[in-house]
Ligand binder design. Sequence first.
Ligand code: ADP
Length: 411
Amino acid sequence: MSKPDEDGKLRSRLELIGHKVLVLSGKGGVGKSTVAVNLAVALAAAGKKVGLLDIDLHGPSVPKMLGIEGMPLHGGEKSIRPFVVGDNLLVMSIGFLLRGSDEAVIWRGPLKMGVIKQFLADVEWGPLDYLVVDSPPGTGDEPLSIAQLIPDADGAVIVTTPQDVALLDVRRCITFCRQLNLPVLGVVENMSGFACPHCGKPVDLFGSGGGEKMAADMGVPFIGRIPFDPRIVTTADDGRPFIIAHQSTDAGRMLAEMAAPILALPGRTPGAGKAPEKTGCGPFRIAIPVDKGAISAHFGHAERFLIFDVDAGSCKVAGSAELDPPEHGVGVLPEWLKAEGVTLAIAGGIGRQARDLLSKSGIEVVSGVTITDPAEAVRAWLDGELAGTDTECNHDHGKGCGHGGGCGKAE
Ligand code: ADP
């Protein structure tokens, strides 16, 4: 049985996420992880802040597909930080917890459930536009517990290959979603046809069109067909997302187009600087640069930093501390704040490079605030009323940056 505080923590994390999409398949090896990775990359390329959670306990392949296999994980005592890829893709995989990629994961049922729950509750995603979950295949306990732990998921993208046997499994998968009231966002038919490298004529390796027909029969949307392309295997092995490496190929275009129905999902997308809805808002660590107790106009040159801890659930400040920043240097402050577990920075003025480095560290930035009292700014943020103007660094006290050319200076 889960503890109530664990449930609260999980709820608070999920409340900061605009859309949650589960990628499912009736069985393994059909390209579920390939779809999950490329979907997450396509959403991130569309400017969304995206989390990719690889919870496929039996074959966590996301780190390899993104070239981040074996990377060390960081975190505090009670949470782990996702790995940041590019500008706005955060990744967490059960694979990061394994010693080697060949290590088998043999966990008994209850332990598996605990790991899945911990992944969801303890990963410091912060506010996200989308969370894409690469779920274990099939319709067993693991996808079931994921669906139950994310009760407000937007729905599932179901990946299949066109053969009859895979289609049988996918029918079971759709029935499974219906039993759980999990909307089916659509079916992707993968490895659908193959352009012969010699004559260019299409070859139906596993048949083609079965997924579309099955989707029509079962009354669920069809997202599209991705052809078999051997380069999908090589780019995955090299750790490069296919839609980046081969964007102009048929498979690259089709994989990128999968994002369209997901981008069109209606509903709340948490925007930068807006407080999450009032049912819960943390746990959060907010950092504010201060000079003589007032919010500093120079993020990188502030005397001290005030740190506010916001309690999960109650949306109230649970504590605060004042810290001395480390010596000035490029990228030093973002690294330091990340190590302190900060998830949001509220600033007067901030350089573009510092802002980029903070966001790469998973720290959201609200800048250009005119309120000078830090506690008041935090209260306004929690009430969703903090206005930021995205002001860049203000070393000249409003007369321009002083670093020349629109201030790209790192802080
Ligand atoms: P799953 O997550 O369903 O187990 P993966 O995404 O790991 O499947 O894909 C299984 C293998 O098939 C991987 O080696 C992957 O690179 C390859 N693959 C996936 N889709 C295609 C495709 N359309 N064409 C060629 N190979 C593919």
